[in-house]
Design a protein around this ligand. Sequence first.
Ligand code: PEP
Ligand code: MN
Length: 296
Amino acid sequence: MRENWHDRFAESPDCLKSAERQQTVVPVLDFEVGGGEFVTMAGPCSVETEFQLMATANHVRRAGARILRGGAFKPRSSPYAFQGLGLEGLKMLARARHESGLAIVTEVMSEEDVPMVAEYADILQIGTRNMENYPLLEAAAKSGRPVLLKRGMVATIAEWLRAAQLILENGNPNVILCERGIRTFETAMRNTFDVAAIALLKQISHLPIIADPSHAAGHSDLVPALARIAVAAGVDGVIVEVHPNPAKAWSDGGQSLDFAAFDEMMADLEPYLALRSHSGISPRKTAQMRSLVAVG
Ligand code: PEP
Ligand code: MN
């Protein structure tokens, strides 16, 4: 029997497609996420130094990225690991936006930090460890900034949509879902990339959805293949970790692409993006993006 998704996800009615709402388009600076153009977000796991951030921003922009990622507040698995530069990191991100023209996505970890992070970021990232931190989601929603909601590493799709519903209910329609892999019995990869969740959400939800192949894979060698699979599944964009020297990265170096590998991944995705023209991602927009890159 065909699953009745509206019944299954009845607690998140505003996330589901309806006659009135087929696709949410999230405005960011002078472009959109979910509006047909495939959007690449790229940058280091953590903001480390001015040089690291600027070199990465300039490189990923030239390769076609629209959004610079980089954590100033880092949720870490170890209390002894680098926790981020905080406000200093946010200021570096703002300078990188000014110099590169890229929009900024960065994580906010606590309710109290929302106003400060919202002052510097174009999109607030809610990390996997905070997906069900409802006071944080509420504060992020009320900031008025678009929210990139990462899937909790042990969250079902229903739980993920309920978190998105909370943001919508707090008056913020600009939610971008991000599949970043979930924990399963498989431990060879950092996480298990749930590509079926992407396919399902493209069918039933109007919210834009992007993939994070870096955290899903945990190994830089696998990132381009997972990005390609995400494109085939219909994502509205990807968020990818890129570092000038991954071996020296302060966090997540093993899954970060260097500049050459990022360029290769972007070139590799092009024919797959062109194939999707029938599913709403227009090759014309990809071509426009290429010409922008050529003059940029
Ligand atoms: C990150 O984007 O660097 C990050 C910590 O992601 P996640 O919350 O998906 O682990
Ligand atoms: Mn990371």
